[in-house]
Ligand binder design. Structure first.
Ligand SMILES: [Fe+2]
Ligand SMILES: [Fe+2]
Length: 341
């Protein structure tokens, strides 16, 4: 039965439906696709239901479907966005191949895929899971490399409920946006910079991997931490460093993100009480991003802070790199301005 909304123009079609690409249809369960599929009938200028979820396609129908998809006349409804997001998030590289997804839809897919993947890693921080994290992050860095402005849609999707995985994803998104913005000119030239970008992604997403070894009674404590608790939590940076070495992830930028994200410009941080000149660029950036992401999310001991207030406070705090902190403030301001009706 045709849906009620008539398709008057190609942009109506684009508004209401996603055109399915051959790669996407191949990733579906062949006989039982996970969502309704529609066919655009040019003769009547309407989209009609071709397959309803729950039914089973015959072998002949699967062949016909592949042909019709190739001809560019098959669609899924944008109303099924959540099903589509979930489906594609399990095969993240599809976002690089599908040209019909909008930027916001792709951003939702990245949030779902990376949060799940980092959760898996934090539960089981072993090499095979790290390899999967790496694969997904390479899809993300490739996607951002093609157009750095795409960072903004990701930075608009900050989780405000704290878990270690959500915090890590938040730091990854904000950190990569800040990293690219902090580079003069087009960072993509020379192309070798891509390697550094990939390492920064790993460093930012994994900066707190040492927290996986800190007992939950400490990390989830609602009461004020006593000095002994704090000392135990502070160990997570060096524990993280040891984990990196066991995972054979020995790149200076990644190590700096992990070991220096609690160092402060005035020497009041930990574990080495480094000062300004001793802190690496990667360490200073991760420190700022880590604090910002902690401030804007709800934690056991504090409510979620307002993004502009958090970024403003950090830009005046001498514990952080002043140039990066001002830039972050500006980026958050621009995001909020663009969101205004
Ligand atoms: Fe940390
Ligand atoms: Fe952190």
């Amino acid at each position: 039965m045709p849906p009620k909304a008539a398709i008057e123009t190609p942009s109506d079609l684009e508004e209401q439906y996603y055109q399915i690409s051959p790669e996407i249809v191949q990733s579906f369960n062949k006989f039982r696709p996970p969502l309704d599929i529609f066919k655009f009938r040019e003769d009547v200028g309407r989209v009609v239901t071709y397959y309803k979820v729950g039914e089973r396609l015959s072998k002949e129908q699967t062949e016909e479907l592949a042909e019709l998809v190739g001809a560019g006349v098959m669609f899924v409804s944008r109303k099924d966005h959540p099903v589509y997001v979930k489906h594609i998030s399990y095969q993240l590289d599809l976002v690089l191949q599908d040209r019909h997804l909008k930027e916001n839809e792709i951003a939702d897919i990245f949030v779902a895929a990376l949060t799940r993947r980092i959760e898996e890693f934090m539960d089981q921080p072993v090499k095979p899971v790290l390899d999967k994290v790496n694969e997904d992050l390479l899809v993300l860095t490739q996607y951002l490399w093609e157009d750095p402005n795409r960072c903004r849609a990701l930075a608009r999707r900050m989780a405000t409920d704290h878990t270690l995985a959500r915090h890590s994803v938040n730091c990854g998104f904000i950190g990569l946006m800040l990293f690219l913005a902090s580079k003069p000119g087009d960072f993509r030239d020379p192309p070798q910079n891509r390697q550094l970008f990939d390492r920064m992604a790993l460093g930012l997403f994994l900066h707190d991997l040492g927290m996986t070894k800190i007992p939950a009674v400490l990390t989830g404590k609602k009461q004020q931490l006593i000095p002994d608790d704090r000392q135990k939590i502070h160990k997570h940076t060096m524990i993280g460093y040891e984990m990196l070495s066991k995972l054979d992830l020995k790149h200076p930028e990644i190590e700096q993100c992990v070991t220096q994200h609690h160092e402060r410009m005035d020497g009041t941080g930990y574990p080495q009480k480094f000062k300004h000149k001793d802190i690496s660029d990667a360490g200073a950036l991760t420190a700022l991003v880590d604090s910002y992401c902690a401030m804007i999310s709800k934690r056991p001991y504090a409510e979620a802070g307002e993004p502009m207030k958090a970024a403003g406070a950090l830009s005046e705090d001498r514990k952080y790199d002043p140039i990066l902190a001002k830039l972050l403030h500006k980026l958050i301001f621009n995001l909020q301005q663009a969101d205004r009706p």
